[in-house]
Design a protein around this ligand. Structure first.
Ligand SMILES: [Fe+2]
Length: 211
């Protein structure tokens, strides 16, 4: 059976050299390609430079009232790049990153990151440091550092660019009161700026294989 998806949910035949966001994905491919270890400072520098001077992310902006939104910009075997839009009062669950690396660049507004020590043997979550990232700031996390929660500064909304290397299709979330983990499969609200309409993320990922 062939996969039927709206055109916007499949990768474009080629990226536009005129679009700085597409050029960023190409540059990231060069840094994160294959089996080479990720070059953390180089990745952070690419994201910081983009966040400081570019606006080509705006067509991907998609705020929702029910949840923060996950909007796919680009996906390949080595990484996934998403734009996340945070309305006032929204927050991520406390979550891990499935053993992968995650960078977050703030494009608009200000985001707070709350670290927690992962509970062992049924213990409660141990709150760690809280750090604010203003527009242009770049955060980095890995499971060896902490699990975390992301939210916009109270009373404001924010937009951020998230790079996962490699792509994360499922992770664990943790109950803030009990520390009990749960496996969660993550999906998308838009792909390349097109509303997914609730399409199965597994089908979207299959369509992107080989991008
Ligand atoms: Fe995260």
């Amino acid at each position: 059976m062939s996969i039927e998806l709206a055109p916007g949910l499949c990768p474009p035949a080629q990226r536009s050299a005129d679009c700085s966001l597409d050029r960023l994905t190409e540059a990231l491919e060069g840094v994160l390609r294959g089996e080479e270890p990720a070059e953390g400072p180089a990745v952070a520098a690419l994201l910081r430079d983009y966040a400081a001077s570019e606006e080509t992310w705006r067509p991907y902006v998609h705020f929702r009232e029910d949840t923060y939104s996950r909007n796919l910009v680009w996906r390949c075997g080595d990484f996934e790049l998403l734009l996340l839009c945070w309305s006032e009062g929204q927050a991520s669950p406390i979550h891990d990153h499935a053993g992968q690396q995650c960078w977050m660049a703030v494009l608009e507004g200000e985001l707070e990151e709350l670290h927690f020590a992962e509970p062992k043997g049924g213990a409660l979550l141990q709150p760690g440091r809280v750090k604010a990232f203003p527009q242009g700031g770049v955060a980095y996390i890995h499971d060896d550092i902490a699990v975390h929660l992301i939210r916009p500064r109270p009373g404001t909304r924010a937009i951020s660019l998230h790079l996962y290397s490699r792509p994360i299709d499922a992770c664990r979330t943790f109950c803030g009161e009990t520390g009990v983990p749960a496996e969660v499969h993550v999906g998308y609200h838009t792909v390349r700026g097109t509303d997914c309409g609730g399409a199965d993320p597994a089908l979207i990922r299959e369509a992107w294989q080989g991008a």
